[in-house]
Design a protein around this ligand. Structure first.
Ligand SMILES: [Zn+2]
Ligand SMILES: [Zn+2]
Length: 336
C-alpha cells in the first residue's frame, strides 16, 4: 500500500444537478476506504445510461456526481482489506458498484435486483475523472489483448448485451434493434455462436447498415421493416418504446422481445394478437458479478473487435451529444 498526498487534486467532469451540462471541475482525489481501490482512470466508456442520468430520467442520482461506469484503469492505491488486487494492476469497474448481500434477491443469486444496490456513476462517483474509487469485490480483471479504450465498452455495452442474449436462449435468428455500442459487440458473438443476426436501424441510417454488415449481420433493414423470415428473439437496445410492438411483430410464435435498456419512452398500446402465440416481453436489469466473469471469459477466448471514438475528458459533453444524436459508430470513450 502506497500513501498518496491527502491534498492531491484531479480534473473531473461533474453533474451538479440533472438536466444541466457537465462542468469541468478541480476536485480532491478520492481516498479509498476499507475494501476499496483507488484507480487511475485510463479510459471510461460513455454509455446511454449516462445520458439518462444527466437528463434526469433516472430518479435520485447522487449530486454532485461524476458519471461514468465503464472504467478501465490501474490500481494506484489499495485500501485496507482490498488485497485481491495489487498496485499497478489493470482493473475494470462496471455499473454494479455495491450490493447488500442480505436481501431476498441477493440471497437467491439475483444481486442485479438487490433492493439497496448502488451503481457506479449514479449513486457512486464514476470514471469521468482522472481517478475513481471502487469496491474491489465488484471490479474485474480485463483480458490482456484489449487496449484500455478498446476494453471500456465491454464493461457495460458488451456485458449487458451478453446478459440480454442469454435470455434469448438458443434463438437462432436474432434481431438487434439499435446498432450502437452494445449491438456491435453482440453481433460478433452471435455470429461466432452460429446465430443469424438481423440488424434494425433508424430509418435513413445507411451508415449503421453498412457497419452492421461489416460485423456479419445476415440482414439489415430499418426498424419499421419486417425481416425476411420471423425472428426467434429480438433485443431492443434503443430507448424507444415504439420499437417494442414492431419487434413483437417481427418475432415468431414462442419468441421473445428483450428490452436491454434501463430507461425507455412509453410503449404504445398494441393488439393482443401481436403477443399471442406465447410471445413474451422481458427486460434486462443491471448485471451480476457472475455475468461479468462469464462475459469477460467469452471475449478472452474469442476476442471481439470494438470500434471506439476517443474524446479527451474535457470533451465529455460533446461525447454525450454525439451519442444522443446517433453520430457515433460503435462506442464513445473518454481518455483522461
Ligand atoms: Zn441485496
Ligand atoms: Zn451502461
Amino acid at each position: 500500500m502506497n500513501r498518496r498526498d491527502a491534498n492531491a487534486r484531479m480534473h473531473a467532469q461533474v453533474m451538479e444537478r440533472p438536466g444541466s451540462a457537465l462542468r469541468a471541475a478541480d476536485v480532491a482525489v478520492p481516498v479509498p476506504g476499507p475494501g476499496q481501490l483507488l484507480i487511475r482512470v485510463a479510459a471510461c466508456g460513455v454509455c446511454r445510461t449516462d445520458l439518462h442520468v444527466v437528463d434526469g430520467e433516472l430518479p435520485q442520482p447522487k449530486t454532485p456526481l461524476v458519471p461514468g461506469h465503464e472504467i478501465v484503469g490501474r490500481v494506484a492505491q489499495v485500501g485496507a482489506a482490498a488485497g485481491a488486487y495489487a498496485a499497478g494492476e489493470r482493473v475494470g469497474v462496471p455499473w454494479l458498484g455495491w450490493t447488500c448481500g442480505a436481501c431476498a434477491y441477493c440471497r437467491r443469486g439475483q444481486e442485479n435486483l438487490c433492493a439497496s444496490a448502488r451503481f457506479t456513476g449514479y449513486q457512486i462517483d464514476g470514471g469521468y475523472a482522472e481517478y475513481a474509487v471502487a469496491d474491489a469485490r465488484y471490479c474485474f480483471r480485463i483480458p490482456e489483448m484489449y487496449g484500455d479504450a478498446d476494453a471500456a465498452p465491454l464493461l457495460c455495452a458488451g456485458l449487458i448485451g451478453y446478459r440480454a442474449l442469454r435470455l434469448a436462449g438458443d434463438a437462432r435468428r436474432v434481431g438487434l434493434y439499435g446498432f450502437g455500442a452494445a449491438a456491435h459487440v453482440l453481433a460478433q458473438i452471435c455470429v461466432r455462436q452460429g446465430r443469424e443476426v438481423h440488424a434494425f436501424v433508424r430509418p435513413g441510417d445507411r451508415e449503421a447498415q453498412v457497419f452492421a454488415r461489416e460485423l456479419g449481420a445476415a440482414w439489415c433493414g430499418e426498424s419499421t421493416e419486417l425481416p425476411p423470415a420471423p425472428l426467434d428473439a429480438a433485443i431492443v437496445f434503443a430507448p424507444v418504446g415504439a420499437l417494442v410492438p414492431l419487434a413483437l411483430r417481427a418475432v415468431d410464435k414462442g419468441g421473445s422481445v428483450i428490452c436491454a435498456g434501463i430507461h425507455m419512452s412509453d410503449i404504445p398500446s398494441f393488439p393482443y394478437a401481436s403477443i399471442w402465440g406465447e410471445r413474451s416481453i422481458r427486460t434486462v436489469a443491471n448485471l451480476t458479478r457472475a455475468d461479468g466473469e462469464e462475459f469477460l471469459d467469452v471475449v478472452r477466448r474469442h476476442p471481439v473487435r470494438t470500434q471506439v471514438t476517443r474524446y479527451p475528458l474535457a470533451h465529455a459533453n460533446r461525447a454525450l451529444e454525439d451519442l444522443r444524436a446517433g453520430r457515433l459508430r460503435g462506442a464513445a470513450v473518454l481518455v483522461p
